[in-house]
Ligand binder design. Structure first.
Ligand SMILES: *Cc1c(COP(=O)(O)O)cnc(C)c1O
Length: 360
């Protein structure tokens, strides 16, 4: 197993004659092993690891400069929206958010100063699906790089670089680590110039992960394939239950034929994943009662761990979105998001029955 190298500095043979590593912010053997591992899973030549998904996102955006514009898929992770809206806007980075379900709209929304297109698919929390290959064709024609946040799908279910994306971003906090005990992030690319710039930013801005956290993510990755398989199998059982339930008005899951992105998902993903959202018939009060009644699903933010989580996007993960933006996306008071874990599916269905009873 990969050793955890905690050293911050590395003895040199003589002044300036280091043996591969000099200082751990610039490079660390455990981190290097993690970066190579995730890069190989995504089919990238380079991986650059960070101390969180948000640090990874910020590093990508720090490649841009004041006056540049980024075209962003709507319905992105709340923290990603906040980086654009509350942090980098102050430095003159412009961003606009659009529904990318129709790739022609991406072309129309590009501006002369658009330097990056950013999307998340399936998206959070509406599980919208965007056609990576079609959007990559649009961005490539204009010479603009495409970044895909692949946190929800993982490289087990979807490989954006093979579909034409330039960069893949991960919150390793989620499925890649998979055990809800590390906050981490990574960027993967096969573009040598971008990789070099990101390595420079990793060292210069310094949002690096600890060697121990890198070790834990490496350990989590050993079971990624088998975990994803089980997440998908159980999600299907939960979705079938929800779709038949009289207290559910709508289920958002790319594996459902009724989902608007079903065909694209079937093309670009090997399976629809372990994330589900659904609309409970009722108001905030009913949704809160549902969540309070659960005993196996923990009421918590985050996703992708071995344990099942349930949350209320409007109050919890997406509270940083302005109310009108939430409404436009369809994030209502009855919307509940589930991260389906690895428990016995029958226990999860029984747990939801408790929730529905209390929400009546
Ligand atoms: C959690 C998450 C992030 C941010 O990652 P952190 O590790 O929490 O900083 C970005 N994108 C998606 C899709 C996420 O779920």
């Amino acid at each position: 197993m990969e050793p955890i190298v905690l050293s911050t500095t590395f003895a040199q043979d003589g002044p300036g004659a280091h043996k591969g590593y000099d200082y751990s912010r610039a490079g660390n053997p455990t981190r290097g092993a993690l970066e190579r591992c995730i890069a190989s899973l995504e089919g990238a030549t380079d991986g650059i690891a960070f101390g969180s998904g948000c640090a990874a996102t910020t590093a990508v955006l720090l490649m841009l400069k004041s006056g540049d514009h980024v075209l962003v898929g709507d319905d992105v992770y709340g923290g990603t929206f906040r980086i654009f809206d509350k942090v980098l806007a102050q430095f003159g980075l412009e961003a606009s958010f659009i529904d990318m379900s129709n790739p022609a709209r991406v072309d129309e929304a590009m501006r002369p100063n658009t330097r990056l297109v950013w999307l998340e698919t399936p998206s959070n929390p509406m599980l919208k699906v965007f056609d990576i290959a079609a959007i990559a064709a649009v961005t490539a024609a204009r010479g603009v790089p495409l970044a895909v946040d692949n946190t929800f799908a993982t490289p087990m279910l979807q490989r954006p670089l093979a579909l034409g994306a330039t960069l893949v971003v991960h919150s390793t906090t989620k499925y890649l680590n998979g055990h809800s005990d590390v906050v981490g992030g990574a960027v993967l690319t096969s573009d040598a110039a971008i990789a070099e710039r990101l390595r420079f930013l990793q060292k210069s801005v310094g949002g690096v992960p600890s060697p121990f956290d890198c070790y834990l993510v490496l350990r989590g990755l050993k079971t990624l394939a088998i975990r994803m398989k089980r997440h998908v199998e159980t999600a299907r059982i939960v979705v079938d239950h929800l779709a038949r339930h009289p207290q559910v008005t709508r289920v958002h899951y790319p594996g459902l034929k009724s989902h608007p992105g079903h065909d694209v998902a079937a093309r670009q993903m090997s399976a629809p994943g372990g994330m589900i959202s659904f609309e409970l018939n009722g108001a905030l009060e009913q949704a809160a009662a549902f969540l309070r009644a659960l005993r196996i699903f923990a009421c918590a933010e985050s996703l992708g761990g071995v344990e099942s989580l349930a949350e209320h996007p409007a109050i919890m993960t997406h509270a940083s979105l302005p109310p009108e933006a939430r409404r436009a996306l369809g994030i209502g008071d009855g919307l509940i998001r589930l991260s389906v874990g690895l428990e016995d599916p029958a226990d999860l269905v029984a747990d939801m029955a408790r929730g529905f009873d209390e929400a009546r």
